[in-house]
Design a protein around this ligand. Structure first.
Ligand code: ADP
Length: 479
């Protein structure tokens, strides 16, 4: 710290003292001259002797004052720098003089100020880059398809990206911030077990859980990952939660498992039969002819079953790759329906079913892919026959108006449980009903039929009641 006198620059103080002495000298000379003049002793010469030093001292003092003014100003600025009140840029200023010292000082000040403005520019640039990086990072996080949520040690949301906002059913991040994250999840997953919430609330460290939004995977499946938020010590107990919608993945996995189960059954059973009957025929020369015929028939029908399954697989594969397309032409509906009924008559007879038809007298023109439409209708009628116990009935109704044609296939068979209806058209889906398990099927027929309807710009709808019967309607536009 400086005292008040220390605040006055040293150079200026010295000049001050010097001037005081000079002034005192001058006053003394003046007093002597006056005193001599009053006594009449002041001679011209002595006056000169007195006045000349006065003039020199005065002139010298003025020159000295001018010279040290620069030093004083520099010293004053350095004091200001030392006191630390102002920053360097304002504490140091250039001086107007052109003395060598002034020019040197001005260069120093200039360089310092240049450096300071360079630093300021760099720091502005740094801030800008940091802000840009921050914005870029925010943009990256908010573009992620996964929901990302950060929660504090109390479990309340600190930040949530756009996907998390959507997955949690909110409109904006602000609706989530400050709210209990697990409670927000609970609201979206009413069917989850209390054990899950306990697991998520308790403990720390990485945790991965799969969460099902509804009764089955089709309602939605999320994979939730919890990881501790690393970084500053203040983040202890905070977590990052990642929510990934894996519904499609899960459905694909379910379909794959169903495929493996169905393919195993659908390939192994006919192959085993073909092998068994072929071996019997090959090894036993004395099998009666009638029995041989029966064996050949079994081999032939099992081979047909295999071929149909492979065809269905190929069709479904084409659907998946988008390679399936339709070749529309005007369809003779009457002829198509009579071909189909002829095709299914043996099965109808075998199960002693009643096949009813309710057909219009006149059909409007329908442009469609005849083969695919025929295969779709055979699927629907074939299912009605398969899943209707002996003695039941199957009805085919065709309705048409100016805009559409509807093929309705009804039966009074085993029906379908309400919770299974949404899954019927998934590939390889087969009902869990024990009665269905005992009937051959690939679970591909309805997936194919629905795809055919879509390719024609139409739709397949279903209604059914367990143990009462089912109704499938294939709706096609006429235009
Ligand atoms: P599948 O080869 O098993 O018949 P589909 O795709 O044609 O395959 O049908 C899928 C499932 O839908 C069937 O396994 C069955 O559970 C159910 N289903 C289809 N049609 C009927 C029907 N008319 N009555 C009862 N269940 C049916």
């Amino acid at each position: 710290m400086f005292s008040a006198s220390q605040n006055i620059p040293l150079t200026r103080r010295l000049v001050g003292y010097y001037l005081m002495f000079v002034l005192a000298g001058l006053l003394t000379c003046l007093a002597a001259a006056i005193w001599l003049a009053m006594r009449g002793e002041l001679l011209d010469l002595s006056a000169m002797v007195l006045i000349l030093p006065v003039v020199f001292i005065g002139g010298g003092a003025i020159a000295l004052h001018r010279t040290v003014r620069v030093n004083a100003s520099i010293e004053e600025q350095l004091h200001r720098v030392n006191a630390g009140g102002d920053d360097l840029a304002t504490a140091l200023t250039t001086l107007p003089d052109s003395a060598p010292l002034t020019l040197g000082w001005n260069r120093v000040v200039q360089q310092v100020q240049n450096r300071i403005s360079e630093d300021a520019l760099n720091s502005k640039l740094g801030n800008f880059v940091e802000a840009f990086n921050q914005q870029l990072w925010e943009a990256i996080v908010s573009s992620l398809p996964e929901g990302v949520v950060a929660s504090n040690r109390c479990g309340n949301v600190i930040r949530a990206n756009r996907s998390a906002v959507a997955l949690l059913g909110a409109n904006a991040e602000t609706e989530l911030v400050g709210r209990d994250f697990i409670a927000l999840l609970e609201r979206r997953l009413p069917m989850a077990s209390p054990q899950l919430w306990d697991d998520l609330r308790q403990g720390s460290g990485t945790l991965i859980r799969e969460l099902q939004l509804g009764a089955d995977a089709a309602a939605g499946v999320w994979r939730l990952t919890r990881t501790p938020l690393l970084g500053e010590p203040s983040s202890a107990g905070s977590n990052v939660w990642i929510l990934r919608d894996i519904t499609q993945q899960r459905l694909a996995e379910d379909a794959r498992q169903r495929f493996v189960a169905t393919a195993t059954h659908e390939l192994r059973t006919p192959l085993a039969n073909i092998k068994a009957y072929a071996e019997t025929l090959a090894l036993n020369r004395d099998v009666p002819v009638q029995e041989q015929m029966n064996f050949y028939n079994v081999i032939s029908s099992e081979a047909t079953r295999l071929a149909r399954f492979v065809d269905d697989l190929l069709n479904v594969n084409q659907m998946e790759t988008g390679a399936i397309n339709i070749v529309p032409s005007e369809v003779d509906i009457e002829r198509l329906l009579s071909e189909i009924t002829e095709h299914v008559t043996p099965q109808v007879k075998e199960k002693q079913l009643r096949l009813e038809t309710k057909l219009p007298k006149k059909y409007p023109k329908l442009r469609a892919d005849k083969d695919k439409l025929s295969a779709a209708l055979v699927n629907l009628i074939g299912n009605a026959i398969k899943y209707t116990p002996e003695g039941g009935w199957v009805r085919l109704t065709v309705e048409a108006d100016d805009a559409r044609m509807q093929f309705i296939v009804e039966d009074n068979g085993i029906g379908i449980a309400a919770e299974e209806l949404p899954n019927l058209c998934q590939k390889f889906f087969r009902s869990g009903d024990e009665r269905v398990r005992q009937i051959n099927g690939s679970g591909l027929g309805l997936a194919f039929t629905q795809e055919v309807a879509k390719l024609h710009g139409g739709a397949l709808s279903v209604s059914s009641e367990l143990n009462k019967g089912s109704q499938f309607a294939l709706n096609l536009p006429l235009a």
